[in-house]
Design a binder for this molecule. Structure first.
Ligand code: FMN
Length: 217
């Protein structure tokens, strides 16, 4: 089986990247072929509403016709058995590039004739989020609702969707060098050394379970 990770963080080797790499390593440990895509390395736009993917008798029904750096990524994801999306939370949302990816990726599969029957192939999906928000504020700030809304949306298209999130992430290596006074840098560093490795372990296990569901594919 093949699993593609799509990274919506601009920062390589930081939190989102580490979580996604763990998913891929877990999947690879069970024989999966893996691929990481960094959206910030690509030049692409969101959906332009050209409607070519809905044209009657058209040869592109269910497939995005825009041609840019996202085109081969959409093709690769279309043909893969599993997809993991990772994004930091920026202004209480996934990053702008991740929204653009989601627009393009999902709209092509949306079936206005029969919304209950999307044009997407069945696919195992996982959604991963990294954020500053403290764990005990996730509920009150609406983040858990947002994660479950995205989960429901992806499950409608692809059947199976898991969620994993890492709150209170390390944002900089040395908090003393930045104007970030509301954040307790020492506590963040401590969490990064004690809790974040457990979150990475969960990500690894998620990759293992995704690969196991498709063993032999
Ligand atoms: C432009 C910007 C906006 C952000 N907005 C939020 C936010 O609304 N909520 C939050 O919890 N964290 C926010 N953050 C913090 C990031 O989500 C956090 O640092 C995350 O770990 C970044 O992921 P990365 O380490 O993979 O780059 C923001 C960071 C930036 C740069």
């Amino acid at each position: 089986m093949k699993i593609v990770a799509v990274n919506g963080s601009p920062r390589k080797n930081w939190n989102t990247d580490a979580l996604l790499k763990n998913v891929l390593e877990g999947a690879a440990s069970k024989g999966a072929e893996t691929k990481m895509v960094y959206l910030y390395d690509l030049s692409f736009s969101g959906c332009k509403s050209c409607m070519s993917c809905k044209l009657k008798g058209g040869k592109n029904l269910g497939r995005c016709v825009l041609r840019d750096d996202l085109t081969p990524v959409l093709d690769e994801v279309h043909a893969s058995e599993a997809l993991v999306l990772g994004s930091p939370m920026y202004w209480h949302e996934v990053t702008g590039v991740m929204r653009c990816f989601i627009e393009r990726f999902l709209f092509q599969y949306l079936n206005y004739d029969d919304p209950g029957k999307p044009l997407s192939p069945q696919k195992d999906i996982a959604l991963i989020y990294a954020m500053n928000m403290p764990e005990n504020m996730l509920e009150g700030s609406g983040y858990l609702k947002k994660f479950s809304d995205y989960q429901e949306l992806f499950a409608k298209f692809f059947g199976h969707c898991s969620v994993l999130y890492a709150p209170e992430t390390l944002q900089v290596k040395d908090y003393s060098k930045y104007h970030l006074a509301v954040i307790d840098g020492e506590a963040r560093q401590c969490r990064h050394e004690t809790v974040f490795p457990l979150e990475c372990q969960k990500a690894y296990e998620l990759g293992v379970s995704m690969a196991m569901r498709h063993a032999g594919a």
